[in-house]
Design a protein. Sequence first.
Length: 250
Amino acid sequence: MENKLVADRWKEIIKTKKQKEKVVITVITSESNSHCQSQWIGHVLFMSGYFDVVIFENSDTIENYNTLKFIAHNYPNIIIKRGKFGIKKTMDKIVANRNMALSYIRKHKEYDYAIMLDSDIFPPSDIVPTFLKRGLDIQCSLCFVMPDGVTKKIASNFFPEDVAVNAPRWIQTRKPRMVKIAQNGLGCVMFKTSMLKKHKDIKFINKKITKQGKTWHNEDLYFTGRFREKGYDLWLDLQMESKHIMKKRV
């Protein structure tokens, strides 16, 4: 039933020539991000363009999943799924649910582009049409690292070593607009789904990997870095800054 509803909706979108590319946004979330989930859904609903949103809720209890189902029940483009839960280690749970999202993208071959988006990241409202217009293999929104929930930190390790020295100036001036980077977190990343279908060995893992003198410290940096190893250019749009609404810390 779900697949038919999705297919019928996209037929209508394509027929009216509003957008020819099919886009899916995949998100993993849990009760830990319930502080902003209703605002997040409201924000995503009013973004420009046409897309499906598939949310994998992985709390160990059912309450937040039911809340999301209630919030989204009137919106045909939002699909709430029960993610992997009952996993003791946080990173193991994140990796399991990210791979669940990858399996969904690979299974539903009708999508041309996928966006991996964190559930406390609020992208610019025009990010979908802007990224679609470029048609690049993989491109990212600018998301700052905020270790204390307030202070913005530049993640200079995203840049290749030979250009990392320029990163602070580029980010401060937002010039040039587009820069090539070495790796990126998955706050807000769009990529062509054909890349996943072609490279079935790409998946998320939970361990540090050292290869040719390079160490991948996070599952998301490893994921985007693997695309670069496959020969794809990884682009960062310095003028597309996403807001990071982190839970208040005391």
